[in-house]
Design a protein around this ligand. Structure first.
Ligand SMILES: Nc1nc2c(ncn2[C@@H]2O[C@H](COP(=O)(O)OP(=O)(O)O)[C@@H](O)[C@H]2O)c(=O)[nH]1
Ligand SMILES: [Mg+2]
Length: 331
């Protein structure tokens, strides 16, 4: 073994030897590969690791095939709550910590890269709804295709950039490049009409600057904002000082471009029960359809409290609803 390997490498290698299942071994191997310094003296070792990696990868694939339909499939995660948000970022940027801080999920958190190798889902409460967050393995040369396929399916990408990094602007560009390579293009969350993706996918996104408690985080946040330009909203958060965590719910909710609409039956008292969540721009008829397709066909008019000019105003079928509206359908 070449001399002067960092102690983290030695430690990870011990874990590698102790690991029993190939999936775990593969994850530790990724770490090892990231930890080897790149110079002439480690060339043989790097080739050796790459060889092990290819072998293990094949083993894991084989195992997945054998398990067939019973094995866990990461290619799709059932949408729950008001919207599905993918936490995306480079290794160690704080994705798992954020998930742990704002949901009841308990993902693995570690100070070494590639600690996450499965998707972890958590529900983040926001006012009277829940947002579904998915913690993912990081963007890197080792990112497996299913990670990108989950990103393509989500409603909003939360791109996490580490504010303790000396190069947050560059990190943002690196992350965007990895996504571009997978043919995923990000646009600001307020983009109303998504541009045609060509052969790829276009996703709405916002940026979360993590570890805002770190030294120089304020300057780094500033740099990040200037690189993100006006294209992406940027919010700074810390799971240690809790800065920005309260605001995060509102920011993510805004990023989803949805509205919450409440309904009541004529004659019932005003009480906001659990809302229907619909895409922004939905009409009264869309709300009726969400309740029941028959209702969409047969209702004559609706009364709206909220977005109408006066409370309880009678509105037509194509009236566009706003977040917080209370509706009453008349058949
Ligand atoms: N100072 C500071 N460190 C953090 C914060 N969030 C995460 N970390 C640390 O950053 C490292 C990577 O965190 P983790 O959540 O595993 O990142 P992931 O690889 O993106 O999932 C760990 O050592 C965390 O303790 C934060 O808000 N402030
Ligand atoms: Mg993680």
């Amino acid at each position: 073994m070449p001399a002067n390997l960092p102690p983290e490498y030695i430690e990870a290698e011990l874990r590698f030897r102790a690991a029993k299942n190939p999936e775990e071994k593969l994850a530790i191997l990724r770490e090892l590969m990231a930890l080897v310094p790149k110079h002439k003296g480690t060339e043989k070792l790097r080739v050796e690791l790459k060889r092990k990696w290819t072998k293990l990868q094949a083993e894991v694939q084989q195992q997945k095939k054998q398990k067939g339909a019973r094995g866990p499939s990461y290619d799709h995660i059932e949408r729950e709550g008001a919207g599905q948000i993918a936490l995306v970022g480079l290794p160690n940027c704080g994705k798992s910590s954020l998930l742990a801080a704002v949901t009841n999920a308990k993902p693995e958190i570690a100070d070494y890269p590639f600690s996450t190798f499965r998707p972890t889902v958590g529900m983040m409460p926001f006012e009277d709804i829940q947002l579904q967050l998915i913690d993912l393995p990081p963007l890197s040369e080792f990112t497996e295709p299913w990670v990108y396929s989950l990103i393509r399916q989500c409603d909003l990408v939360a791109l996490l950039i580490d504010l303790s990094s000396e190069t947050p602007g560059e990190d943002l560009l690196t992350a965007l490049e990895w996504l571009e390579k997978a043919r995923i293009r990000l646009v600001g969350h307020t983009t109303q009409v998504l541009p045609a993706g060509g052969v790829g996918t276009v996703k709405r996104a916002l940026i979360i600057g993590t570890k805002s408690d770190a030294a120089h985080a304020a300057e780094h946040l500033h740099e990040l904002r200037s690189v993100a330009d006006s294209q992406f909203a940027v919010i700074g958060v810390s799971t240690i000082s809790a800065e920005g965590l309260k605001e995060l719910g509102r920011v993510l909710f805004a990023g989803l471009n949805v509205v919450r609409v409440y309904t009541k039956k004529p004659g019932q008292p005003f009480k906001k029960d659990l809302p229907y969540v619909l895409p922004m721009g939905s009409t009264v008829t869309d709300v009726a359809r969400a309740i029941h397709k028959d209702l969409a066909e047969k209702f004559l008019y609706a009364r709206v409290w909220g977005s109408a000019e006066f409370p309880g105003q009678r509105v037509e079928r194509h009236h566009i609803v706003r977040d917080g509206d209370l509706l009453e359908f008349h058949e």
